[in-house]
Design a protein around this ligand. Structure first.
Ligand SMILES: [Mg+2]
Length: 274
């Protein structure tokens, strides 16, 4: 009996010790507000890197794009300007999930320095189906313009990464990166001066139309409903569970100053249970 009581006391003491160490630690860090927790994004990265469903969806997107391109070319009655496809780069044809994995590994939030470091590696792989589609479009006489919000100082490594993979038209003239604004309308307009844009591809709604720029979740959702006939037609959407305007403008309401703890509360407050 004595032994059992002694053992019970020992277990209780050890238990209390470890609990108090953990909670004191997390309380003091939380009070300082300097702890990041990337736990919430693990599943998104796992899904992109491991689920065969992700791959199946990207093949589905590019198969649809090819079907629609064939349809358009069959019904085309000649045009004054040469035809072009406008496409985004990140999570549309380059897979940046290792960058997102690195943020989890280091428990870091987005930083320009880390993003540039990843870009310089020139190691991003092609999204499944992307290369074949853009090569096919080129073979059908369509030019490709890459409109991306990578920073203009990343141009060299971006082009080299794309060239290494074999993307057609990956050159200075066809890769239009972010200079003064992340809004893409002015760059689309620039392409339209000389070309007819017949299709747009992207993982983010602002890759398609300015009506989606800087909008909260409800408006984005409503505008998608109103443009529903364009998707899988002129607009080809790729899946991206890791980041996008759906999170920054939608969930986080365009505020880049929330602390990690505030972000966590906002995320939790926005899930809909029954
Ligand atoms: Mg993108």
């Amino acid at each position: 009996m004595k032994n059992r009581i002694a053992l019970l006391l020992l277990i209780l003491t050890i238990g209390c010790k470890s609990t108090s160490i953990q909670s004191n630690d997390s309380i003091s860090k939380s009070q300082k507000g300097d702890v990041l927790n990337k736990e919430y994004s693990i599943l998104a990265v796992l899904w992109q890197q491991n689920s065969a469903e992700y791959k199946a969806l990207t093949y589905q997107a590019f198969n649809t794009a090819q079907l629609q391109l064939d349809n358009m070319l069959r019904n085309k009655k000649g045009s004054e300007k040469p035809m072009a496809i406008v496409t985004d780069i990140d999570e549309t044809l380059l897979d940046n999930s290792p960058y997102n994995a690195k943020m989890i590994e280091l428990n870091e939030d987005y930083s320009e320095a880390r993003w540039i470091e990843w870009g310089k590696e020139r190691k991003a792989k092609a999204i499944p189906g992307a290369l074949e589609f853009f090569k096919y479009a080129k073979s059908r006489g369509v030019e490709i313009f890459y409109i991306s919000n990578r920073l203009s100082k990343q141009k060299r490594e971006t082009i080299e990464n794309m060239q290494k993979l074999g993307f057609p038209f990956s050159d200075d003239q066809h890769v239009l990166l972010k200079t003064d604004t992340s809004k893409k309308e002015s760059r689309r307009f620039q392409v339209e001066k000389t070309h007819e844009i017949i299709m747009l591809l992207g993982d983010n709604l602002s890759d398609f139309h300015f009506v989606f720029d800087d909008q909260p979740s409800e408006t984005r959702s409503r505008k998608v409903d109103s443009l529903k006939t364009f998707f899988g037609n002129k607009f080809i959407v790729l899946p991206n569970p890791m980041y996008g305007d759906w999170e920054t403008d939608g969930i986080l309401e365009g505020n880049y100053k929330w602390t990690p703890y505030q972000k966590d509360s906002i995320r939790r407050s926005k899930i809909r249970s029954y």
